[in-house]
Design a protein around this ligand. Structure first.
Ligand SMILES: Cc1cc2nc3c(=O)[nH]c(=O)nc-3n(C[C@H](O)[C@H](O)[C@H](O)COP(=O)(O)O)c2cc1C
Length: 338
């Protein structure tokens, strides 16, 4: 007996079938968008986490970073950003008084406020409310200023660090879809992730997270939800699930920042793996909600983390083929306005 689709194919004219397909596509787009909306609404600091500790940390990070940025300008203006600086001081003071957890965001905020105060005093600017108070409170509690909000960089050091054949480095990375069966140590992967901490992120909020699966049964459980690894995924020494923690995002306008910051984080991991001589292949996570839920469940991935992509990683064979994956010329992708 003919299936419904086959019957439709024989009796419905092609333009009508295309219209129906378009309608279905629109329906799915709406359904997936609602899923993404709900996830951001529930798990971000602009939604369900509003008022949580994670939200407070994200806001503190945003502001201490504004101070760091302000102080790194060619001519920092003494007393800049008084309103947000005062808000940061009050938030930090409340955290100290309540004996709340002393997170990295707190430590960096304290450092930034201390440098801010020094700079404002040197420039004879008004000191925003709460700044002197929180610094005294921190001193009373024995909380130390442990770092500086800016650091000096010398051009010659940057030049020394980049005096290698960068073109060769970038063009020698390929998506690897056949791996050697040599053992892959987790320490190697952690080294790559350590380097990938250098990835820029919005206001330095560092939402990127990685889940590393190395046991065959775990890799299999993860990969069965992904549609682009057939024929090679099972030969990878590790499967990485790169995610972005939605609690880092504090405003509705940041609704897609997880994919941007997470995507950049994944790219740096890929390049770091390449620098360490490992092969990797990005695996798309353009998945419908039911698969996304299944991956969260089977990988024990926290609900508040959005999956960006998977990475199949392994050691390189002595020689192997890769897809040519030719690139568009620069003239087609860049526009110079001068
Ligand atoms: C986000 C993303 C998802 C990808 N998903 C897959 C995938 O599911 N399966 C696969 O074999 N390759 C996948 N790739 C690899 C691309 O096919 C590959 O990067 C592209 O063809 C360029 O080739 P190259 O990486 O060798 O330079 C993906 C790449 C990216 C960036």
């Amino acid at each position: 007996m003919m299936g419904l689709t086959a019957v439709a194919k024989t009796i419905l004219p092609k333009p009508f079938r295309n219209w129906l397909k378009g309608l279905n596509s629109t329906r799915l787009l709406a359904q997936y968008s609602v899923y993404d909306f709900n996830r951001f609404h529930r798990h971000s600091s602009a939604g369900g986490l509003r008022g949580s500790l994670a939200h407070e940390d994200a806001e503190m990070t945003k502001t201490y970073h504004a101070i760091e940025k302000g102080l790194s300008l060619p001519v920092p203006r003494p007393g800049f950003g008084a309103i947000v600086v005062s808000r940061l001081a009050n938030t930090l003071a409340r955290r100290i008084r309540n004996n709340g957890p002393w997170t990295p965001a707190c430590a960096h905020s304290l450092n930034a406020l201390s440098a801010y105060l020094r700079h404002a005093r040197e420039g004879s600017a008004a000191i925003p409310k709460g700044v002197e108070e929180v610094l005294s409170l921190a001193a009373e509690r024995g909380l130390e200023i442990s770092g500086k909000p800016t650091k000096p960089i010398r051009r010659e050091d940057v030049e020394a660090a980049t005096s290698f054949d960068a073109e060769r480095f970038f063009w020698s990375r390929h998506s690897v879809r056949q791996f050697s069966d040599e053992a892959l140590e987790a320490a190697f992967l952690l080294k790559a992730i350590d380097m990938a901490r250098s990835t820029p992120s919005v206001c330095n909020r560092q939402s990127g997270r990685v889940h590393i699966f190395m046991k065959p049964e775990d890799k299999e459980r993860i990969l069965r939800h992904q549609n682009g690894n057939r024929g090679f995924g099972d030969t990878a020494g590790a499967i990485l699930v790169v995610t972005s923690d939605l609690s880092a995002f504090v405003d509705p306008s940041e609704r897609y920042q997880a994919w941007i910051d997470g995507g950049m984080f994944a790219m740096t991991i890929t390049l770091a793996l390449h620098a360490l001589g490992l092969g990797s292949c990005c695996l798309n996570w353009s998945s419908p909600p039911q698969l996304d839920k299944a991956l969260h469940r089977d990988g024990s991935i926290p609900a508040g983390e959005t999956v960006i992509m998977l990475l199949a990683v392994g050691r390189l064979r002595e020689s192997f083929a890769v897809a040519t994956s030719d690139r568009l010329p620069v003239s087609e992708i860049a526009r110079v306005i001068q």
